[in-house]
Design a binder for this molecule. Structure first.
Ligand SMILES: [Zn+2]
Length: 506
């Protein structure tokens, strides 16, 4: 029995190590990166001169690649993207670094948008990265991770769901890109925190990717060789997302290999402590990132003296407010050019309330935008615009919200003879009763279309191209799902139009 057990262990180890040789396909965790860079190893061995914090702000060019599905849907909401960028910049402010938007790019490819195999993003990055900038991809799914740094193509991915004013995934992946490891490096091999025995001394080493990684001791005796190699990051063995207590620490204390008890602090962005617990980096981590960034030679001073664009300068121009347009699936929106604006966020909605999810929200780099999909005929739309610049993204939408109608919906009778030939009964109709449409002696046969429209122009029901004879027709509309109120029944027979007002009551 014992030997059998031994064989199982050997087999498991063999499976694990062969899995580890492949790029990591699926992670249980928040971040999909788990390495220690060769550059960092050399840096910590003293091969590079440490670059101190710059006196001047270093502007770091970002290329933001927004990935959508094949049909162009699913892009990250741009206001949310900017809020996340502001958090990234606040996390790096202490290093006098400002990440700015050098360019936006878009990729429409469903297989990239949500992937399960790590070869996919490596291919995506190899084909789409540009040099001289930090390439950050925003997409929907990375096999269960919030974000991943890919060292081969040297680019990072953040999932759309792991963004926002309180989500530090971008800051964390940027830390990896600028050479940092996890503070718990080596412990990635352990499945869960619950596997750590809090009453037993930690082992002297953990086996990770075939290497025995020394376990960091509290007395600092091996801090340069153990874990992330930084002596000012505390020992951390916690490889799974964890919440902090009121002291800003993990709730339980741990035992190091010398059986010394210690608490794991929760402030470090490169730990797996919850976003609400983390605040920044240590001096040594910052020194490594400053040095790594300097070696990349991509920073510039183009952001000096740039100020934020002001939403109050925003003037919407066309279509003029309250315009009624010819029915179309193509509308061009135009606004003024705002000082200090490099980009504009355009929002389109079917109500004046823009606080929640809106119909469309996208970035324009000019003072016009074309809406060529998603427009319904005979519908009223509202739109507004927010200017922002590539360095200072804090700005507001202008106060103006313009509206336009995509097509007129007539309330007057257009063909008197047809109007007389069609009766609607009962009208008013009680909810639940069927509404009858009867046509008699129409004067012509042909194709009939009718639709029921509510008071704000939404089409609730449509029947198209019914063949009717000159003698007449009968149609019924069920009303049990209709709220009480006023509706319009639009009937078209060949080229003739009739609109009937219908009242649904309780
Ligand atoms: Zn990570």
């Amino acid at each position: 029995m014992k030997s059998f057990h031994y064989i199982v262990v050997i087999l498991t180890l063999a499976l694990l190590s062969s899995a580890a040789l492949q790029a990591q396909p699926i992670s249980k965790n928040w971040c999909g990166y788990s390495g220690k860079s060769e550059w960092l190893t050399k840096y910590q061995a003293g091969e590079f001169e440490v670059v101190e914090k710059s006196d001047d702000i270093l502007y770091v060019p970002l290329r933001i690649i927004i990935v959508g599905r094949n049909d162009g849907s699913g892009y990250i909401e741009p206001n949310n993207l900017l809020v996340t960028l502001e958090l990234l910049n606040s996390d790096y402010e202490e290093m006098n670094i400002v990440f700015y938007i050098k360019e936006f790019d878009y990729i429409n490819r469903t297989s990239y948008y949500s992937y399960t195999n790590s070869n996919t993003p490596v291919q995506m990055m190899s084909l789409n990265n540009k040099s001289g900038m930090i390439n950050s991809y925003f997409l929907e799914g990375t096999a269960g991770n919030c974000g991943v740094y890919y060292p081969g193509p040297d680019a990072l991915v953040v999932t759309n769901g792991c963004t926002g004013a309180n989500d530090r995934t971008w800051s964390h992946e940027m830390g990896h890109l600028l050479t940092l490891s996890h503070t718990f490096y080596g412990w990635e091999s352990v499945e869960e925190i619950s596997e750590i025995d809090l009453d037993e001394a930690a082992p002297a080493t953990v086996l990770y990717r075939g290497v025995n990684v020394p376990v960091e001791r509290v007395d600092g005796s091996n801090c340069a060789d153990a874990a992330d190699g930084f002596c000012d990051t505390a020992p951390d063995y916690l490889m799974q997302r964890w919440a902090c207590n009121n002291n800003g620490e993990y709730r339980d204390s741990l035992l190091d290999p010398d059986s010394t008890r210690f608490a794991v602090p929760a402030f470090n962005i490169m730990s797996y402590a919850s976003d609400v617990c983390v605040t920044g980096f240590t001096d040594d981590q910052r020194g490594a990132m400053q040095t790594n960034l300097a070696a990349r030679q991509i920073t510039d001073a183009t952001g000096v003296d740039r100020v934020a664009a002001n939403g109050e300068d925003m003037n919407l121009l066309l279509p003029v407010n309250n315009a009624t347009l010819e029915v179309s699936d193509y509308v061009e929106l135009t606004w003024n050019s705002v000082a200090n604006a490099d980009y504009y966020i355009v929002q389109l909605n079917t109500s004046t309330n823009f606080n929640g999810a809106v119909l469309q929200s996208f970035i324009a780099n000019d003072t016009t935008a074309i809406i060529d999909e998603g427009l319904s005929p005979n519908t009223r739309y509202y739109w507004r615009v927010r200017p922002f610049n590539r360095y200072q993204t804090e700005s507001d939408f202008g106060d103006q919200k313009f509206r336009f109608k995509n097509g007129e919906f007539p309330t007057a009778t257009i063909d008197a003879a047809l109007n007389a030939a069609i009766t609607i009964a009962p009208n008013p109709v009680s909810g639940g009763q069927a509404l009858r449409i009867d046509g008699r002696d129409l004067g012509q046969s042909g194709k009939m279309t009718y639709e029921l429209v509510d008071a704000v122009g939404r089409v609730l029901l449509a029947r198209e191209n019914l063949s009717v004879s000159a003698a007449g027709f009968n149609e019924r509309i069920e009303t049990q799902d209709l709220p009480t109120g006023v509706y319009f029944l639009r009937i078209r027979l060949n080229e003739k139009l009739v609109t009937k007002r219908v009242v649904v009551r309780e």
